[in-house]
Design a protein around this ligand. Structure first.
Ligand SMILES: C[S@@+](CC[C@H](N)C(=O)[O-])C[C@H]1O[C@@H](n2cnc3c(N)ncnc32)[C@H](O)[C@@H]1O
Ligand code: SF4
Ligand code: SF4
Length: 308
């Protein structure tokens, strides 16, 4: 991490402690279109329930948000979907959005992808890849043949930044945490894995409390064994607690959704979902907000992966 970058994060933290609560991370949902229909994802049913809704941002809308959040203090930008790599506007694509975010001055720019569209953009600092199990389980969650496509994309990837796997724990893949961690450990392209629990809807895939605790115990064991698990130790402890409505440090994470609405925390802000929040990031943000030194040290390598 460059000295200027470190100083920038430190300045943001000091200002937040002095009462200037501005976002550090801006996440932009650029478009809801997707080639897959994963079991745990409610985007398609939301689109079907709201025919005619605005489901994609324009290039200008994205850039305007990047600029205004940067001016407020944000230094990390993430693009979300739908499937991010499918986004286009008037000849521009995700690569152009990444370039613009870097030009504006964001230290760390990343995006999440299902890795199956044959399009991958290598001008970001970080790529987060969805991986919800070993082959048969990932295919059960995301569709037949998806795992093989992900692996093929990773094998052909020429990228100097970091690639992380993101697993959403849900009924159907809870017994496969170790196997998924093995896939990540054995793949030279993957730097590590982040575990999240499903944030409903859909409610029928929500693990029971016992299942949740057993899954966290398994992840802690794997981390102790040296598997490349990016959830901090303290963050894992907090994943056991489901109701984050009152603790979500919403000021820290700003969202712009494809319909143009702005949210804080995550797209589920102010909904029943917060009572079953499964996102690891919100635990890590909470700990960073509290200035927890061990979490900051564990998370710095993640933030520090930006290309010089
Ligand atoms: C909405 S997707 C968009 C990016 C891309 N299409 C992908 O799947 O990676 C971003 C991440 O959210 C996760 N996700 C989807 N539905 C979720 C849910 N109900 N709870 C928690 N995470 C979810 C996906 O598995 C994925 O890792
Ligand atoms: S690939 Fe991403 S956006 Fe598409 S259905 Fe799966 S989780 Fe949802
Ligand atoms: S669901 Fe979203 S807004 Fe609600 S507590 Fe979790 S991260 Fe915060």
């Amino acid at each position: 991490m460059a000295v200027g970058e470190f100083a920038g994060y430190a300045k943001w933290w000091m200002l937040s402690k002095c009462g200037r609560k501005s976002p550090l991370v801006v996440t932009i949902g650029i478009g809801y279109a997707c080639n897959l229909r994963c079991r745990h994802c409610s985007i398609d049913s939301m689109l079907r329930a709201n025919p005619g809704m605005k489901a994609r941002l324009t290039y200008e809308e994205v850039v305007s948000e990047l600029r205004s959040r940067y001016a407020e203090g944000a230094r990390i930008a993430y693009f979300e979907g739908g499937e991010t790599t499918m986004w286009e506007d008037d000849g521009r694509n995700l690569g152009d959005l990444i370039d613009e975010a870097k030009r504006i001055g964001y230290y760390n720019v990343g995006y999440t992808t299902n890795c199956t569209t044959g399009r991958i953009f290598t001008n970001s600092d970080v790529i987060s890849v969805s991986l919800d199990g070993p082959e048969r389980i990932h295919d059960y969650v995301c569709g037949e043949g998806v795992f093989a496509k992900v692996m093929e994309t990773l094998a052909g990837l020429d990228f100097s930044g970091s690639v992380y796997a993101n697993m959403v724990l849900q009924k159907g893949n809870l017994e496969y945490i170790r196997e998924t961690a093995d896939v990540v450990r054995d793949n030279p392209r993957l730097a590590g894995i982040v575990f999240n629990f499903i944030t409903p809807p859909p409610y029928e895939l929500l693990p029971s409390r016992e299942e949740r605790l057993a899954a966290i115990e398994e992840i802690r064991r794997l981390k102790a064994e040296g598997y490349p698990i990016l959830n901090s130790r303290k963050g894992l402890e907090l994943l056991a607690e489901e109701d984050w409505e009152s603790r979500c440090p919403k000021y820290l994470s700003a969202f712009l959704l494809p319909d143009g609405s702005r949210k804080s925390g995550c797209p589920s802000e102010g909904t029943e979902s917060c009572r079953h929040c499964g996102y690891d990031a919100v635990r890590e943000y909470h700990l960073v907000d509290r200035g927890n030194p061990s979490t900051i040290l564990e998370m710095f390598p993640v933030f520090a992966k930006s290309k010089e």
